[in-house]
Design a protein around this ligand. Sequence first.
Ligand SMILES: Nc1ncnc2c1ncn2[C@@H]1O[C@H](COP(=O)(O)OP(=O)(O)OP(=O)(O)O)[C@@H](O)[C@H]1O
Ligand SMILES: [Mg+2]
Length: 396
Amino acid sequence: MIAKLRAGSQNPFKAEAGSRPLLAGREDETRRLTEMLNLLCGKREKWRGPLASGSLPPFHVIGPRGAGKTALLDWTRRRAEERGFHCVSCTGLKAEGIEFSLQKLAANAAGGMTKLDHLRAVLMVKASERLGSGKMRLTEPPFMDWVRSGLRRRPVLLLLDDAQDYDLRLLSRVLWNSHILIGRGWPLGLVMAATPGLDDHLLKDRYLADYTFYERKLRIKPLSDEATREALRAPFAQEGVTLAPGALEAMAAQTDNYPYFIQVVGGETWNEMTKAGRKDVDVKLVEQIKARARIERETIYKDAFRNLVDKELLPQGRQVIAMLEASGGEMPEKEVVKALIAANPGVNNKTAYEICDSLREDGLIWTLGSSTKPGIPSFFSYFKEQDIEEPASDST
Ligand SMILES: Nc1ncnc2c1ncn2[C@@H]1O[C@H](COP(=O)(O)OP(=O)(O)OP(=O)(O)O)[C@@H](O)[C@H]1O
Ligand SMILES: [Mg+2]
């Protein structure tokens, strides 16, 4: 009995955020993030001055729910800490939230709590920071003073997760100030993760619209077939579990190559295995978890579908599914936009792109380069199963 519980508690798959999975199939992303860290550790001008080589603009990690943004940020943070960076992670840049994170930074930077009073003053967003015209004042706001005091000692890495939920005014401040410091060559790294819709949101701020940041987008995609199999295989192998022929394929077939689903399917299979008191997995065992894994996947689809209903985007969702299916599963985004304009009176180029962003936000579609594909392919089938007539408007 104890042995069983122990085995269960060691389930190496975890679907919740903050778990530390094997980061499969993110070689390109981790290579680019490592380059950033290398550069930030580079030679400084004078004594602890700006970097001799200049800094890199921030990274913007973009991906739908559960695609692995937090896991990538977590990976970056660990690598940065190993190399002696000050790291500040924010998961909710709300008026009170940022105080906490920035206090931590200042406390670290000053080597104690001595700067906290000063910091409090910093965080009072003064009306004077924005001039009447809406222009951000270019004098150095205190944010910079103390980020820079940290930067004198060590490189600093700001990690902004779930940025789509932030108070936009605070986010703008942090981005803008960081932008200036980075532009001056200070060893400040910034990695921001958000769902695709944030882009639109940020673009409304005309000072952020041409922020250099837009050059460094990391659009994270579903994993490749090989990476999916590796993400499923390695945790079992590490625990000494044998996978019978076909078992890996049977698990992979339920994941859509989507990181969250990989953890769900791996985790359910692990539980089923320990429940049966086994240390091996075969196709039959994987078949037994199918219904449960489907229910877990559907919780994601349900939310996504509800969001589309709320945004009144079911008709456009249907149209896009139909056009992708008719064109073999892939289309240039421009064509999707054109078709949306043609099919929907009142939709123009701008609103059609916004519709695409909304559909991406919920994982219905995904665009890499200029090519649009299904985001989570099995969400297509779920969408079609739910594709009821839109509720009639109130008959009262
Ligand atoms: N490359 C990967 N290989 C294997 N598992 C991964 C990978 N990336 C993420 N995961 C796992 O998938 C799950 C979802 O990942 P994560 O929480 O990072 O997604 P997210 O994009 O931050 O989602 P959300 O938008 O909901 O915050 C987690 O359990 C995570 O450990
Ligand atoms: Mg996350």
